[in-house]
Design a protein around this ligand. Sequence first.
Ligand code: BG6
Length: 510
Amino acid sequence: MAIANKNETQRTGARPGDPCALVIFGAAGDLTKRLLVPSLYNLRSSELLPKNFAVVGVTAAKFSDEEFRDKLTRDIRKFSRSPVQEELWDWFKPKIYYQSGDFRDPTLYQQLKDKLAVVNKQQGTPGSYLFYLATAPQFFGEIIRQLGAARLINEENGVWRRVIVEKPFGRDLDSARALNKEIKSVLDERQIYRIDHYLGKETVQNMMVFRFGNGIFEPVWNRRYIDHIQITVGETVGVEQRGGYYDTAGALRDMVPNHTLQLVAMTAMEPPISFDSEAVRDEKAKVLHAVQPLSPEDVLTKAVRGQYGPGTLDHKPVPGYRSEPQVNPQSATETFVAMELRIDSWRWAGVPFYLRTGKRLAQRATEIAIQFKRAPQLLFRGTEVESLSANQLVMHIQPDEGISLRFSAKIPGAVMNLGAVNMNMKYEEYFGVVPWIGYETLLLDCMIGDPTLFQRADMVEAGWRVVQPVLDVWNGVPPRDFPNYAAGSWGPKAADDLLEREGREWRLRL
Ligand code: BG6
């Protein structure tokens, strides 16, 4: 996390990444064209890529360097979020290389070594490598083992070697532990960057500044003033072309131990003693460790699963999950999860954290809503005011990144009537810069060796520990009512009941 303090409205102060070659395994996939290359382009346009830099794509497909450059040129024109400036791309294009091969074949790694020697000569890169594993997860361990055997991850003569591991990191607690063990037998923890792209999002990072860089919020950020917290990660998309993966994963594995719990950790962590990566990660890890484990009975009452059936979105009919490509027509995979968690700490004792995430929901909206306790009603007794609404502070993570605060105000007139008003801050309106995709910050951090926004082994395992009881109960008891929500709704009724039972309701609802 680059810390700049000079100019409030510009992305200045960050230093460019160290000279290096970025080697992307699985470079012909969606992640590279939709997110990685556009993010690298944005870094270049902010002058944050090192001058001596190269990208080497590795997949099984056959491309020459030239063909791969042409492919990425077509892709960037399609997926860049800002118009592509020719002179910037002309700088970038010759720095792209390609190596084809089978990830399981040791000769690939020898060929890659030779290729990198050529790259270093042509681009003046010193031999520092950033390996990005954007492959199917079953290759993570294999690729790292092979990189080790080919001595591609040895840090000698002042060069560094780092590995970015994409999600999913394991399928459950045991497999995550096994993967950690496997990769740590080859790499040092400080060489491993387990990515969670939610931590690259501007508003997620802003949570720390908001909480700890302002005097007024932290004193009320606790059980005395906060009634509950709602975290919604709502998507309108279905499973798109990823039915094959998704049908074996489900919403719980796909979104909760990683993205959603990272949002919990950012919201609930204690102030770290510094911005040092370990200080920040220690505090986040403590929150994950303090989540009360759910008993099997709790899972039945505090966790809700759902699967979408056919419905309507944007006034158009959309099919149910079981009719999506590569999905089993009798699938019992959940596409929606809601759960209530508690954090065992002095700050959060008694404060429910309600989480929900799902596909094909009514709105694309990711937000953290902090609901404060109501003011006492007594002053308004005998007036027209029947109930006071609670103050709500909402961190809007996407799509409109910003922060809003809801409070009560008197509606002008002779009678005492109150209305809920919103004070809104939108990043784009205020700072005038289009927020980055999220991968820019993360890629840059890897190039400068800052792991603050990456998951440490203990954090990944703590995340899985939270969801493991739910996985166990759900595996043992197949759902009987799937599909149980219509595409375009806010999920199954049981998710509303979860809050209603406790006299609360979701902020975002139909
Ligand atoms: C990914 C999940 O990690 O995050 C996807 O695998 C999900 O299923 C995506 O759609 C959501 O990311 P974002 O940035 O669009 O909220």
